[in-house]
Design a protein around this ligand. Structure first.
Ligand code: SF4
Ligand code: SF4
Length: 86
């Protein structure tokens, strides 16, 4: 069995984001930024800078758009392919 320790991170669905910046303002470690690009609805959308998220979830609770932000907490990932062969 192969186990990997995954760092916390966030995924932002750019098409759900309206660029209100509430998540950016509330993130305690300042790892979110507004993109220069637009989504298909004409909003600048938020992006994760790629490192440093603690998985605290503050951005998720600040966001008014259900489904725009998904928080992945730090934790162990089990390689299921390896597991199924066990
Ligand atoms: S989960 Fe916390 S640390 Fe990670 S981006 Fe959201 S507010 Fe910032
Ligand atoms: S709080 Fe939600 S809608 Fe507002 S900028 Fe962040 S991801 Fe986009």
């Amino acid at each position: 069995m192969q186990v990997t320790l995954q760092k916390a991170f966030v995924k932002i669905d750019k098409e759900q984001c309206k660029g209100c910046t509430l998540c950016i303002e509330t993130c305690p470690v300042d790892v979110l930024k507004i993109s220069d690009r637009f989504n298909s609805r004409g909003y600048h959308y938020t992006e994760y800078v790629g490192d440093g998220c603690t998985g605290c979830g503050v951005c998720f609770y600040a966001c008014p758009e259900p489904g725009a932000i998904t928080v992945y907490k730090r934790g162990a990932i089990v390689d299921e392919e390896v597991l199924s062969e066990a």
